[in-house]
Ligand binder design. Structure first.
Ligand code: ADP
Ligand code: ZN
Ligand code: ZN
Length: 743
C-alpha cells in the first residue's frame, strides 16, 4: 500500500514545514487544516504539500491526528500570498498563515460547531398571510423575525438569533404550523448590485477616476490623489459597483486605517449596496468579538461576502473571488503592523493585486512618498481630484499664527491658546458652528516637576516622563502602563509647589471651558474612548451637533466627515519639525492636511489656524498653500540627495536586553556576522544605536539599520542572516523589520 505524507506549516518561529504521515480516510488536499502532534502538544497546521515520500525516517515520523474537511481548502493563491509575506518580512510561512486565520479555526475542538452547516428557513405563502396576524401586539422581537423572513429570500439561524434569542424554538413552531420551510443551505439572496438610493451626480473629476478604474484590465495600480472632501469614497463606491457587476460572484476588499472609520464606511456601503443580502458586506478588524470575526472570515472564505471592509489585518483574508482592492488613506502609518509579522498592508495589497491581475486603488489627500514616487515614474496610474465634491465647498483657508510675534506685541496666550484662536472659537460658537482643536498629546501635562529642586515625575520602569492625568488623578506612563497617585509635594525636597509643564488634551479641554464660556467641549482621545463603543458614541454626538468644540488627538483628524466644523485649531505641531526621524515631516504634513480637511466640508467656508514659532518653515508655507505636490516633490528630491527611501531600501534589526550594553553587544556581533553573507557587499550596515526611549518596562532597546540600493541584495542577505542570528545569545528578544517606518 502506498503511504501518503503531508508537509504542514505550523505557527512556530521556524521557516521549515513539518512532514507527517497521513492515514485518515478522507483524502487530504493542499490548503486544508489538520491537527498534528507537535512536541508534546497537538496544534493546528496548514497542509502545503501532499507527497508520496519524505526524508523523515520511518520511526520518527508522526501521523496527522485529524483533518478539517468541512472547510473548503485555502486556495493556492492565498498560500502563495502568505508565503510571499513570510519570505519578504523574514518569517516562517506558518507564522504568517496561521495567525491570519480566526482563532476559532485554530482550535480543532471547535471545528465541528463552527463549520456545521446552519439551517436556513424561508417563508411560505400561507405564512406570508397568517404569520403577521398571529403575532401579539407587543412582540417586537418576533415581529423583527417575521419581517426579516418576509424581506429576505431565506434566513440563516445565526442571523435569526441576532434578532430573537429564541429563534430556534420559534422556527420549530412555525415549521409545524406550515408557515415556513427549510431552505437549501446555499440558498443565498439574489445578488443584485442595484442600489435603492439616488446617487449623487459625480463631478467630472470623479467620473474620470471611476471610468479609469472600471475600465482597467488586469493588474492596474491606481493612486487616487484627492484633496480632503473631494469625494474619494464616492469614487470607490462607483468603481466597485461597476467591477462587482461584471461577475456575479466577484468580491472586493476595502481597507481603512482605523477601526473608528469602519462604521462610517460600513454605513456608506450598506446604503449603496442595499440590495445585497445583509451578510454580503462584512467587516474585519481586531475590535470584533471572536465569534463574529470567525463568521465574517468564513463568509469571505466561502464567497458569500461580496465586500470585506477592514483594517490592515483584513489584507490576509481569504477571498477566492477577489476582484478589486481599495486602500483608503494609504499613507497612514497604521497600515504597518508593528509587532509579530511586521508587514505593510498597503504593500501586500499591491502584491495581491499583481498576483491576481486585478485593480488596486490607493487613495489619499497626502499619498506616502513611496506611492507618490511610483506614480511619478508611471508605475501607478495617477487619478486626481483637485476640488471638493459638495457644491460650494472649498478647501479651508490656512492661517499661521506666529506665537513669537503675538508675544512681542504683548498679546498673551491663555494657557497655550493664542488670542486670534480664542476669538475665532468664540465667533464660531456665536454662529452655531463647530470647531475642532487638535494636538497630538493626551493627558493633562507631559511633565510634572518641582521648581525648587528640579525633580521631575518619571516612570520607574522606563526612560520616560510620567504623564499627569488630572481627571483620573494619576501619573501614567504612556509606554508601559505604570500608574501612581499624584504626589501632593515633591518626593525629593518636600516642596508643595509642584507644577505641571506643557499641555495635553485634558488641559486644553479645561482651558477651553473657561476661555470660551458656554461652549460644549468634548474631548476624544485614547483615554476618553477606552470603553468599547464609546468612540462611536462620542463621534455621533459631534455629528448630531451636540458639541461646539471638539478637542482631541489624531483620532479626530482622520477621515471623519464632520459636516458642521468650520474652524480647526492646531496646537504644539512644532515639536515634530525637528525630529531626527527623516519621515517626521512627511507625517506631520499629512496629519495637518488631514486635520485641516475636517473644516468646511459642507459649503460653509472653513478656516484653519496653526500656532507656531516657525511660520516661515517650508512645511508650513506649503501647508498654507495646500500644496501637497510641491511638498512631495521637494521632499522627494531631498530624499534622493540624502539617499533615503524610497531611493534606497532599509531594514532594521532591533534587540531588547536587560541592559543597554547587552543589546548593543548583540547588535555589534550581529553586524560582524553580516559582513560575510551573500549580498552583504551591497548593503550598508550602520552603527547600533539606542532607541530614543531606550528603556521600556525595564527592558533596554537598541537598533541596527541596514540599507541598500538593491532590494534583492538586501533580501538575500537578510534571509541568510536569520539562522546566524538565531545562534547569537545575550538578549531577551530580537526582530528584523523590513521597510521600517520609524527609523
Ligand atoms: P474624501 O474621502 O475625499 O475626504 P468624502 O468621500 O468623505 O471625501 O466626501 C466628502 C463629502 O462629499 C461627503 O459628504 C460626500 O457625501 C460628498 N460627495 C461626494 N461626492 C459628491 C458628489 N459628486 N456630489 C455631491 N456630494 C458629494
Ligand atoms: Zn523638589
Ligand atoms: Zn513606563
Amino acid at each position: 500500500m502506498t503511504e501518503l505524507f503531508v508537509r504542514v506549516a505550523v505557527d512556530q518561529p521556524m521557516p521549515a514545514l513539518f512532514d507527517y504521515r497521513y492515514a485518515l480516510s478522507a483524502p487530504p488536499a493542499v490548503g486544508q487544516l489538520v491537527l498534528v502532534p507537535f512536541g508534546r502538544r497537538e496544534v493546528v497546521g496548514l497542509i502545503c504539500e501532499v507527497t508520496l515520500s519524505t526524508d523523515v525516517p520511518a520511526d520518527k515520523i508522526r501521523a496527522v491526528a485529524a483533518l478539517c474537511d468541512a472547510l473548503t481548502p485555502l486556495s493556492a493563491d492565498w498560500i502563495t500570498l502568505a508565503a510571499f509575506a513570510a519570505e519578504y518580512y523574514q518569517r516562517g510561512l506558518g507564522e504568517v498563515a496561521l495567525p491570519a486565520l480566526p482563532q476559532a479555526l485554530r482550535d480543532a475542538s471547535r471545528w465541528n460547531r463552527l463549520l456545521a452547516v446552519e439551517p436556513r428557513y424561508r417563508l411560505l405563502a400561507t405564512g406570508r398571510e397568517s404569520l403577521p396576524e398571529s403575532l401579539p401586539a407587543r412582540a417586537s422581537a418576533l415581529r423583527r423575525l417575521a419581517d426579516a423572513l418576509a424581506s429576505e429570500r431565506s434566513l440563516g439561524l445565526s442571523d435569526a438569533r441576532a434578532l430573537h434569542p429564541k429563534a430556534a424554538a420559534t422556527f420549530d413552531e412555525w415549521l409545524t404550523r406550515g408557515w415556513i420551510e427549510l431552505a437549501p443551505p446555499d440558498d443565498a439572496a439574489p445578488e443584485s448590485l442595484e442600489c435603492a438610493v439616488t446617487l449623487p451626480v459625480l463631478t467630472d473629476e470623479q467620473r474620470d477616476a471611476v471610468d479609469s478604474i472600471a475600465h482597467s484590465r488586469g493588474f492596474a495600480p491606481f493612486l487616487l490623489h484627492g484633496v480632503t472632501g473631494s469625494g474619494k469614497t464616492e469614487v470607490y463606491l462607483h468603481a466597485l459597483a461597476a467591477l462587482l457587476a461584471v461577475k456575479p460572484d466577484a468580491q472586493a476588499l476595502v481597507l481603512v486605517p482605523e477601526i473608528n472609520l469602519t462604521p462610517q464606511f460600513e454605513a456608506a456601503f450598506r446604503a449603496r449596496f442595499s440590495a445585497l443580502a445583509a451578510g454580503s458586506i462584512v467587516t474585519m478588524h481586531s475590535g470584533l468579538a471572536e465569534g463574529e470575526r470567525a463568521r465574517n472570515w468564513l463568509a469571505a472564505h466561502t464567497g458569500s461576502a461580496r465586500i470585506v471592509l477592514g483594517t490592515r489585518l483584513a489584507i490576509l483574508s481569504s477571498m477566492p473571488n477577489l476582484a478589486a482592492i481599495v486602500v483608503d488613506e494609504e499613507h497612514d502609518p497604521a497600515y504597518k503592523q508593528q509587532e509579530g509579522l511586521r508587514y505593510s498592508a498597503r504593500d501586500l495589497a499591491i502584491y495581491r493585486a499583481k498576483q491576481l491581475g486585478i485593480p488596486v486603488v490607493l487613495g489619499s489627500a497626502t499619498p506616502s512618498l513611496e506611492s507618490w514616487w511610483q506614480a511619478e515614474q508611471g508605475r501607478y496610474t495617477r487619478l486626481t481630484l483637485t476640488r471638493r465634491a459638495v457644491a460650494d465647498a472649498v478647501l479651508p483657508e490656512v492661517r499661521l499664527i506666529d506665537l513669537e510675534q503675538e508675544r512681542q506685541r504683548g498679546r498673551a496666550s491663555v494657557d497655550g491658546l493664542s488670542g486670534p484662536l480664542i476669538a475665532a472659537l468664540k465667533s464660531r460658537l456665536e454662529r452655531g458652528e463647530q470647531s475642532l482643536v487638535f494636538l497630538n498629546r493626551r493627558g493633562y501635562a507631559p511633565i510634572l516637576s518641582c521648581d525648587a529642586c528640579g525633580w521631575v515625575a518619571g516612570c520607574p520602569r522606563c526612560s520616560a516622563y510620567a504623564v499627569l492625568h488630572k481627571p483620573e488623578r494619576a501619573l501614567r506612563c504612556h509606554h508601559c502602563g505604570w500608574e501612581s497617585r499624584i504626589p501632593k509635594s515633591c518626593p525629593d525636597c518636600g516642596n508643595i509647589d509642584i507644577a505641571p509643564m506643557g499641555r495635553g488634551t485634558q488641559r486644553v479641554e479645561e482651558t477651553l471651558a473657561s476661555v470660551v464660556p458656554g461652549a460644549r467641549v468634548l474631548r476624544i482621545d485614547a483615554d476618553s474612548t477606552r470603553r468599547k463603543g464609546s468612540a462611536q458614541a462620542l463621534f455621533s454626538d459631534v455629528h448630531a451637533g451636540e458639541v461646539d468644540i471638539l478637542v482631541g488627538t489624531q483620532m479626530i483628524a482622520k477621515g471623519h466627515d464632520f459636516r458642521r466644523v468650520t474652524l480647526v485649531g492646531v496646537l504644539n505641531a512644532d515639536t515634530a519639525l525637528f525630529s531626527h526621524d527623516f519621515r517626521a515631516s512627511e507625517r506631520l504634513f499629512a496629519q495637518l492636511i488631514q486635520v485641516s480637511g475636517r473644516a468646511g466640508r459642507a459649503g460653509l467656508p472653513g478656516e484653519v489656524m496653526i500656532q507656531t514659532r516657525y511660520p516661515r518653515h517650508a512645511l508650513y508655507q506649503a501647508l498654507s498653500r495646500q500644496d501637497y505636490v510641491g511638498f512631495a516633490n521637494s521632499t522627494l528630491s531631498e530624499r534622493r540627495d540624502a539617499r533615503l527611501p524610497p531611493f534606497v531600501y532599509q531594514a532594521m534589526l532591533r534587540a531588547e536586553g536587560r541592559t543597554l550594553e547587552a543589546a548593543l553587544k548583540f547588535l555589534g556581533e550581529a553586524a560582524e556576522t553580516f559582513a560575510s553573507l551573500p549580498g552583504a557587499d551591497r548593503v550598508t550596515v550602520y552603527d547600533a544605536v539606542p532607541l530614543t526611549i531606550v528603556k521600556v518596562f525595564n527592558v533596554h532597546r537598541a537598533q541596527l539599520l541596514l540599507e541598500s540600493g538593491s532590494r534583492a541584495a538586501l533580501q538575500t542577505a537578510l534571509r541568510a542572516w536569520q539562522p546566524v542570528l538565531r545562534t547569537l545569545r545575550g538578549v531577551l528578544r530580537w526582530n528584523v523589520e523590513v521597510d521600517p517606518l520609524d527609523v
